[in-house]
Design a protein around this ligand. Structure first.
Ligand code: FMN
Length: 129
């Protein structure tokens, strides 16, 4: 599964790194194109808003998104990780996790498991069955 992420201050990038996704694509301007299934990691901007470059990216890449992971800060109260709720609704995909800053070990474990489940059984397992 392709991992695509946006990160302004480094938290989301750090979370992606902690999950071990080394070939992830970083959204810079939003004009990037992805032609395979992907999970989006995004931070939250404004007050529960999807970052501008992510909005732009989604306009051109809505077809292949499979799930979203969102980072935020609980000090924003009801708007905590609002970008994740908005992307999930807009693209009709699962919100895997709402994560505080760059996430805990538990967050990392949960995210990795959920993304693995989205990928389905590996070829080895399928062959063995
Ligand atoms: C201007 C600004 C607005 C923010 N608004 C929210 C928000 O509405 N909800 C939230 O949960 N976090 C909010 N945050 C916190 C960031 O989403 C959070 O720190 C995130 O982990 C940043 O990710 P990054 O370091 O990858 O950019 C905001 C941060 C900034 C600087």
């Amino acid at each position: 599964m392709k991992i695509v992420y946006a990160s302004r201050g480094g938290n989301t990038e750090s979370l992606v790194g902690k999950c071990g996704y080394e070939n992830a694509l970083k959204i810079d301007t939003g004009s990037e194109e992805v032609k395979e299934d992907y999970v989006l990691f995004t931070y939250t901007d404004g007050y529960g808003d999807i970052p501008y470059e992510v909005e732009t990216f989604l306009e051109g890449n809505k077809d292949h998104i499979k799930a979203v992971v969102c980072t935020g800060n609980t000090s924003f109260g009801d708007a905590f990780c609002g970008a994740g709720d908005k992307v999930a609704e807009k693209c009709n995909v699962t919100l895997i996790a709402k994560v505080e800053e760059d996430g805990s070990d538990d967050d990392v474990a949960k995210i990795k498991e959920a993304i693995k489940a989205l990928e389905g059984p590996s070829e080895d397992v399928a062959e063995a069955a």
